[in-house]
Ligand binder design. Structure first.
Ligand SMILES: Nc1nc2c(ncn2[C@@H]2O[C@H](COP(=O)(O)OP(=O)(O)OP(=O)(O)O)[C@@H](O)[C@H]2O)c(=O)[nH]1
Length: 362
């Protein structure tokens, strides 16, 4: 999928960089342009991408400090600058625009939905979002911000691929310590998804095509991505079970949104050296996915890659009714109630001190 990537906010910029780097290192050529947008000058300085600073008149390059309403406002005011910077990048070969952001902060959380809406108005290619959900251990503000942002994104974007920050970090490291590792994991998996369908010489009927990725995302709403790899034998015949078990792991333990096992559509891409890819294995895994997801729309195919291992990539479309998404919205709602209660308490304390009778006492 020939893609123009836009990272909004700190996490968005770092992710856009990692994904563009991965695509370049692998020589896939799926990322045709990348841009980072932020209201914080220092976060942009370290990135090797073209950048756009927004909200300078409001926050003077210092970021919006987690205020996602302000993030939305500064994007609204300055989105024309982003559109200007994109000029000439959305060429006729572009098949999609992806806007990446951490949904728990301010600039990305508030700005990404506004930008997605604006770009959808202007361009005819699909505009997707890659959104990072805060981990469970992150504070209330992050959960509230992400809840609000996700609701709008899911409505405005052609689809929103979610990565839970708790999903792909290694045991023992905190989410913050693990950001670099998580970003690398996201870049590799998401980068492979963009490249699936970009393949290559000698394309056979069984090879995954970009249109299948787009059709799987056509259900709209929220999407998730699963991934697993395994050693493979040189002979495809010996890899029927390898393909099957790798696909199972990709869905059951390797998704970006753990436990998202109800989907409206899915795509299974099995990557590896063509000689090692078992067609029978791919077909069996596809049938298993249909049953497991309770969904008749499961596409499947090969993704030829020069690797002796096989990898299974499972894209799930329309997962918004799955337990994990419901749990997240409950978490965001509880955090909102907590925040409202604190606010009320503060207001009643303020009104106590503004009481005229108190003035008379002094
Ligand atoms: N996966 C991942 N998540 C990150 C990273 N940096 C921050 N986050 C998450 O993103 C959210 C915060 O978003 P940021 O991108 O830091 O904030 P911002 O959009 O720049 O907004 P402001 O700093 O408020 O202007 C939190 O939920 C963090 O857990 C990162 O490098 N990788």
């Amino acid at each position: 999928m020939k893609t123009v990537l836009i990272g909004v906010g700190q996490a968005g910029g770092k992710l856009a960089t990692e994904i563009a780097n991965f695509d370049a290192e692998m020589e896939f050529g799926a990322v045709t342009g990348a841009l980072a947008v932020n209201s914080a000058k220092t976060d942009l300085r370290s990135l090797p991408l073209d950048t756009v600073l927004i909200g300078q008149d409001r926050v003077n390059g210092h970021g919006v400090g987690g205020d996602n309403e302000l993030g939305a406002e500064v994007m609204q005011a300055d989105s024309h600058e982003v559109v200007e910077a994109l000029e000439g990048r959305i060429t006729s070969e572009a098949e999609a625009i992806w806007v990446a952001a951490g949904l728990g902060g301010g600039t990305g959380s508030g700005g990404a939905p506004v930008l997605v809406k604006e770009l959808s108005r202007i361009y005819s290619v699909p505009v997707y979002a890659l959104g990072v959900l805060p981990g469970q251990g992150e504070g209330s503000m992050y959960q509230v911000n992400a809840g609000r942002s996700l609701k709008t994104l899911a409505r405005e974007a052609d689809a929103t691929l979610l990565v839970d920050n708790d999903a792909w970090h290694s045991a023992g490291e905190s989410v913050e310590e693990g950001f670099d590792a998580i970003n690398k994991a996201i870049a590799q998996r998401f980068g492979l998804l963009l490249a699936a369908g970009e393949a290559v010489e000698g394309v056979g009927e069984s090879v995954v095509d970009t249109s299948e990725v787009i059709n799987t995302l056509r259900t709209g709403g929220i999407a998730a991505l699963g991934y697993a790899t395994a050693e493979a034998a040189p002979d495809a015949e010996e890899n029927i079970n390898v393909v099957m078990s790798t696909a199972r792991r990709a869905l059951l333990t390797g998704t970006s949104l753990p436990d998202a096992t109800e989907a409206e559509a899915a795509l299974l891409a099995i990557a590896g050296e063509p000689d090692r890819l078992s067609r029978k294995g791919v077909e069996r895994a596809r049938s298993w996915l249909e049953e497991e997801l309770g969904c008749m729309q499961v596409r499947g195919g090969d993704f030829p890659l020069g690797s002796e291992r096989v990898a299974a990539l499972v894209l799930l479309g329309g997962v918004e009714r799955s337990k994990r998404v419901e749990q997240f919205f409950e978490r965001a709602k509880a955090a909102q109630q907590e925040t409202d209660a604190i606010e009320e308490e503060r207001e009643s304390a303020d009104s106590l001190f503004q009481n005229d009778q108190l003035d008379n006492l002094i």
